[in-house]
Ligand binder design. Structure first.
Ligand code: C2O
Ligand code: CU
Length: 461
């Protein structure tokens, strides 16, 4: 069980006893931050890029000199980055070479139910299937991850996730940092047993060791110029609040589902699991030879406050800039109805539910008509455990959280919303996508969804 506690106390203060046995502490900043490999298509036609990305079991050198068994997409930890183009088809052929059923979900994708990677739509061990993504959506930082019901938390934890970056003409026309100055960064936590294997338990809320692109608290050598950093919280359950160690400003330019209308200059970036944000950091304000650290301000422990050290190692010409206008968001429509949900979590059993019901494949929990706009009001009933809320297929706007409007960083297109202990979020959802059928909504602290905090959404025509 966990410590409750007054506001301001860490919800993670009391870990299960086993946590103390984990070998958490790796001296930070010993390893260079890798960039996940970019997936190479096996075939390219005028309309389609086809990839072959098997699910495999292998080992990764997370801690220098130690081989840790992991589950991967295509053999890398984290998985390869898929670069997609708005309006151009991506096909992923996926043999499952591990011993459990898998289901790949492209988080944030506008896709039909058959290719959405549903929790029971499994690739059996030894089997194979093909996922087809038409990408009828704007430039955005998406990610793919496993969604096999009740296994997704463990599968993702052991390595089954990767970036999926969609570009488009609007973004291309902007003078943002690009090429090697446009860097995907997935931050997540793990727990390591003394023998170097990954410790996994559904009831284990956060793990002590932070990884960035699969390495423990690495350094990243940068030029004294602007970088676009696409940050994903790839943790199972750990929320982050990112800041720079000097308190310096950065500029958020995108959230989950694409560019913000205008840049948002800030000093903090909160991201719960599965949320993404693209930020531009201008390292030209730091002298060559100096460093600045990306830190976590969300109830950090001493071992995981420092996440990533940027070492400014050279000067560079910088033709990039962040324009005052980035994108035009689609217009919003008036909602036709409001629905209410509660996120309920039983700390004793680890069972999760939505509005009192644990996930059941057979049940239809919510039926919406394609084309409708609705307000969904979601309450986190727990006094100290954070949740969040993700809906497949759609994007949405955050109206308010406990009556407070979102920051500009959270006011763009979202697909996952943080809902802190006791908070209620209201979101405006447009079901105006050309697909119907079975989708899902759930908490994206994936041990919670794995344990039933998930429900079925039926979109009808
Ligand atoms: Cu990223 Cu249903 O999940
Ligand atoms: Cu949750």
């Amino acid at each position: 069980t966990r410590a409750g506690g007054p506001a301001g106390a860490s919800p993670f203060a009391a870990q299960p006893v086993a946590a103390q046995a984990l070998a958490p502490i790796v001296t930070p900043f010993r390893t260079a931050m890798p960039i996940p490999p970019v997936a190479r298509p096996v075939s390219v036609t005028s309309t389609t890029d086809t990839y072959s990305i098997p699910v495999t079991q292998t080992t990764a050198e997370i801690i220098p000199g130690v081989r840790t068994p992991v589950l991967t997409y295509g053999g890398s930890f984290p998985g390869p980055t898929i670069k997609a183009r708005s309006g151009r088809r991506v096909v992923v052929k996926q043999p499952n070479r591990i011993t459990t059923g898998t289901s790949m979900h492209l988080h944030g994708a506008v896709v039909d139910p058959a290719n959405d990677g549903g929790p029971m739509d499994l690739i059996t061990p030894g089997g194979q299937r093909t996922y087809t993504y038409p990408n009828p959506q704007v430039a955005a930082t998406l990610w793919y991850h496993d969604h096999a019901h009740h296994m997704e938390a463990e599968h993702v934890y052991r390595g089954m996730s990767g970036f999926y970056l969609i570009s488009d003409d609007n973004e291309d026309a902007l003078p943002l940092p690009r090429g090697t100055y446009d860097v995907p960064i997935v931050v997540r936590d793990i727990g390591l047993n003394p023998d170097g294997t990954l410790f996994f338990d559904h009831n284990f809320d956060t793990r002590p060791q932070i990884l960035v692109n699969g390495k423990p608290q690495p350094y990243f050598q940068v030029a004294a110029r602007k970088y676009r950093l696409r940050i994903l919280n790839g943790s199972n359950q750990r929320p982050f609040e990112f800041r720079l160690s000097d308190g310096g400003e950065f500029t958020q330019i995108a959230s989950d589902r694409g560019l913000l209308p205008a840049p948002y200059t800030t000093t903090t970036l909160p991201l719960s699991p599965a949320e993404r944000a693209d930020i531009v950091v201008d390292f030209s304000r730091y002298p060559v030879g100096s460093s600045v650290v990306l830190e976590n301000a969300y109830f950090p422990e001493p071992s995981n406050k420092e996440i990533l050290r940027f070492d400014v190692v050279r000067s560079a010409y910088d033709p990039s800039s962040v324009p005052a206008r980035l994108a035009t968001l689609p217009p919003t429509a008036a909602p036709t109805q409001t629905r209410n949900y509660t996120l309920d979590f039983d700390v004793q059993t680890g069972a999760g539910s939505i509005s009192g019901k644990t996930w059941d494949e057979q049940r239809v929990d919510t039926t919406v008509r394609q084309g409708d706009t609705e307000v969904w009001e979601i309450k986190n009933t727990h006094p100290f455990i954070p949740h969040n809320f993700h809906i497949h297929l759609v994007d949405f706007r955050i109206l308010d959280i406990d009556g407070k409007p979102p920051t500009p960083g959270d006011a763009g297109l979202k697909d996952t919303v943080r809902i802190g202990p006791g908070e209620t979020a209201r979101i405006l959802v447009h079901f105006d996508f050309p697909y119907s059928g079975r989708y899902y909504y759930h908490c994206h602290l994936i041990d919670h969804s794995s344990m039933g905090m998930m429900a079925n959404l039926e979109i009808t025509r």
